[in-house]
Structures are given as structure tokens and as C-alpha cells.
Design a binder for this molecule. Structure first.
Ligand SMILES: [Mn+2]
Length: 225
């Protein structure tokens, strides 16, 4: 099967909107925008995203189930449901969430997942498999490493990375988006930023997901929307 040449790629705005999943959230010092679409010609999306906030604690995640189509979508849904339940049940931390996801995904295709937690000025990230996470503000530009493995199949060890994160962008994406230079895309218009990145770097032959979180220090979140 041949894929359209790079220059022929359809922009998100030209694609049928029923295949796109969008999410946005805003409160006084936080905004989040997520965008996910299946690979070209596919109805089912094996990628997904997750976001939950409770008081001063926010969890966001990007999920990429192995392969494509219905089975991948099912694994992805199981992962999101697990995170949803565990967040509500006992305020599970992200380490226990990763362990729980590994169990919950047994017997499925398996998935690679990156989870970030922001609590006050602390940001923690755990990534298993190929999920990219980056943080940026005027002081830092960092790629947060993920470790190898596939949840549901292979989790030998993992590591939580912690950062002091007072403000700026956290960007997480699946490998359906090729490497990009984040500083070229930073914008307060998170939706435009997400669309520009997927339009320029999304792979036609893979599901693609990006989640962007922008944290402000002092109530500037809502009014610049
Ligand atoms: Mn992928």
C-alpha cells in the first residue's frame, strides 16, 4: 500500500471531523487541549488521552495501543477506564497507576503510556514505551525520558521523573507524530499549536495524539482564551 506524498497530506481542517477527538479544559491558571486522530483511512483509533483534576492535583496521560483498528481501540479504552476508576477510587499515585495498567491490559494488544501528574509546583512523569513528553518555559526546555516496555506485556522496571514546574507548557504525544522542535510551536493558542504540530509532523500511517497543558502562575489561564 502506498501513502500520499508528504505534500499531499490532508490538513486536519480538511479531514472529516467525526474521526477527530478533541478535548479542552480551562480554569484560572491551567489550560489543556488534546487532539487525537486515527491513521489515514481508519475509523478506529488506538490512541487516546486522559485528563482528571481534583483540587490541586492534575493527571494527564497519552495512550498508544499496539497496532491499529478495533483491537487497539479496545486496549486504549481499557487503559482510560482504568485510569478513570483509579483516580476516583483512591487517588492512586502514578507509579501504582502504571502497575495497575500493566495488569488491566493483560490479554489485550498492550499499550505504551505516558502519565504526568502536576501537584502544586511539582511535575512527575512516568512513561513506558514510546510516548514523548516535553516541558518548556523561559528557563527550561526538557525532554522527559520514557523507559522501554509495553504495558500488558512487558514491564521490567520504570522510573518516575520529577521536575519543579511553576509555569509553562507540558506537551505529550504519541509516536504517530514525528520529532519536532517544540520551541517553534509554543503558543498561547493551544488548539492552533496542536493542529500545527499534527499537520506538520503527523504520520499518515499511524494514529496520532497530542496533549498540551499550559500552566500559569497567576490566574492568566482563562482570560487569554
Ligand atoms: Mn503509534
Amino acid at each position: 500500500m502506498r501513502f500520499a506524498a508528504e505534500g499531499m497530506k490532508k490538513k486536519l481542517s480538511e479531514q472529516s471531523s467525526d474521526k477527530l477527538q478533541r478535548f479542552s479544559f480551562t480554569d484560572e491558571n491551567l489550560r489543556i487541549f488534546a487532539l487525537s486522530r486515527p491513521k489515514s483511512g481508519e475509523m478506529h483509533n488506538g490512541d487516546s488521552y486522559f485528563m482528571k483534576k481534583c483540587d490541586d492535583r492534575i493527571i494527564v496521560a497519552v495512550v498508544d495501543a499496539l497496532g491499529h483498528g478495533k483491537k487497539a481501540e479496545e486496549a486504549s479504552r481499557i487503559a482510560v477506564e482504568f485510569m478513570e476508576n483509579s483516580f476516583h477510587k483512591n487517588h492512586m499515585n502514578i507509579e501504582d497507576m502504571i502497575k495497575g495498567l500493566h495488569h488491566a491490559l493483560k490479554g489485550t494488544r498492550g499499550a505504551v503510556i505516558g502519565i504526568s501528574e502536576i501537584s502544586g509546583e511539582e511535575l512527575s512523569f512516568v512513561g513506558v514505551g514510546n510516548i514523548t513528553a516535553q516541558i518548556a518555559n523561559e528557563h527550561i526546555q526538557a525532554h522527559i525520558p520514557s523507559i522501554s516496555g509495553v504495558l500488558g506485556w512487558n514491564l521490567r522496571y520504570f522510573r518516575v521523573f520529577n521536575y519543579h514546574f511553576t509555569h509553562g507548557w507540558l506537551v505529550m504525544n504519541s509516536d504517530g507524530i514525528k520529532h519536532f522542535i517544540l520551541s517553534r510551536y509554543l503558543s498561547d493558542d493551544l488548539r492552533q499549536m496542536a493542529e500545527n504540530i499534527i499537520d506538520a509532523h503527523g504520520k499518515e500511517d499511524d494514529d496520532a495524539t497530542i496533549l498540551i497543558l499550559k500552566k500559569c502562575q497567576c490566574g492568566c489561564g482563562a482570560d487569554d482564551l
